[in-house]
Design a protein around this ligand. Structure first.
Ligand SMILES: NC(=O)c1ccc[n+]([C@@H]2O[C@H](COP(=O)([O-])OP(=O)(O)OC[C@H]3O[C@@H](n4cnc5c(N)ncnc54)[C@H](OP(=O)(O)O)[C@@H]3O)[C@@H](O)[C@H]2O)c1
Length: 264
């Protein structure tokens, strides 16, 4: 089924800067068409200094349905929403917002939910598992919150910059005081090791963890999608560990985003 844009079509957008590389419109438009929805998603390249004006203008667009929000706008957009989900509030970031029937804007953060959905779709459980999460940026924060909500045995956080590491640990503990959070230490002793840094994007990047120190039988997951088989995943698979690619997180997110944006 193809999209037929008319005077009744609901408008959705992904806002990014730059925007030429985004793939979400293609994937979301295919889902709109498959569901028979009168809706379209386009990409909007908006510079940070124009973001507030962009959102203010959209508030007056009656057939505007919502936004997917990506780099570099996730934190700034949180301040422009009328309400935030608890996880978006905790992370201080959104990656989707929806225009409600009364014209107000609700923001949520689905990166972490997408990561969890991708893990679960591949049959990897989270409850009761010992997790090592590397990174303390936007993706790592969202993933940490989503993993903590699924009852892991504990989460060990590692990151290059100690200030961001401590800040994430504090946010996570405040949001989920029931989950044991550790800072630093060896990568061994974990069932699931997650690279949520950008290490692996460039061919000369060092590995985010020492793969040889990961326990036998562990799952090694990456958020990096390009290349699809990162050096971390190649080394993990070579050792007989279970390698879980970054693409699974994107696929998980698309379903979560579609459900959020099209919820009546
Ligand atoms: N698969 C998906 O659907 C999906 C979704 C969202 C994001 N991602 C990917 O997730 C990655 C991180 O994105 P983000 O939004 O979290 O970025 P971010 O907020 O900028 O955080 C980057 C993280 O990587 C670490 N890092 C960067 N360069 C490093 C280096 N040379 N050595 C050690 N650590 C380094 C940073 O450590 P410091 O704190 O020390 O700076 C920080 O923890 C990106 O590759 C992005 O493409 C994938």
């Amino acid at each position: 089924m193809t999209l037929a844009i008319s005077g009744t079509t609901r408008l959705f957008a992904i806002v990014a800067h730059p925007a030429h590389h985004v793939r979400t419109p293609q994937a979301m438009n295919a889902r709109f068409a498959a569901a028979g929805l009168d809706a379209v998603m386009v990409a909007c390249d908006v510079a940070p200094e124009d973001l507030a004006g962009f959102v203010s203008g959209l508030r007056g667009v009656r057939n505007f349905g919502g936004l997917v929000v990506t780099v570099p706008h996730k934190s700034a957009m949180a301040a422009l929403c009328d309400r935030l989900s608890p996880r978006a509030e905790a992370a201080g970031a959104v990656n989707v917002l929806r225009r409600e029937a009364d014209g107000t804007l609700s923001g949520d953060l689905l990166d972490g939910e997408g990561f969890v959905a991708g893990l679960e779709a591949a049959g990897h459980a989270i409850a009761g598992r010992r997790i090592c999460l590397v990174g303390a940026g936007g993706a790592a924060s969202a993933i940490a919150l989503a993993l903590a909500a699924r009852g892991p045995a504990r989460i060990t956080l590692l990151n290059r910059s100690p200030d961001k590491l401590t800040a994430l640990a504090q946010r996570l503990s405040a949001h989920r005081p029931d989950v044991g959070i550790g800072i630093g230490g060896p990568v061994s002793g974990h069932d699931l090791v997650v690279n949520a840094t950008s290490l692996g994007l460039r061919p000369d990047d060092p590995l985010p963890v020492d793969v040889d120190a990961v326990d036998a039988g562990a799952v090694v997951a990456d958020v990096v999608m390009d290349p699809e088989r990162t050096e971390l995943l190649i080394r993990a698979a070579a050792r007989g560990l279970i390698a879980h690619p970054g693409r699974a997180m994107l696929e998980g997110q698309l379903s979560e985003m579609f459900a959020f944006l099209t919820r009546a």
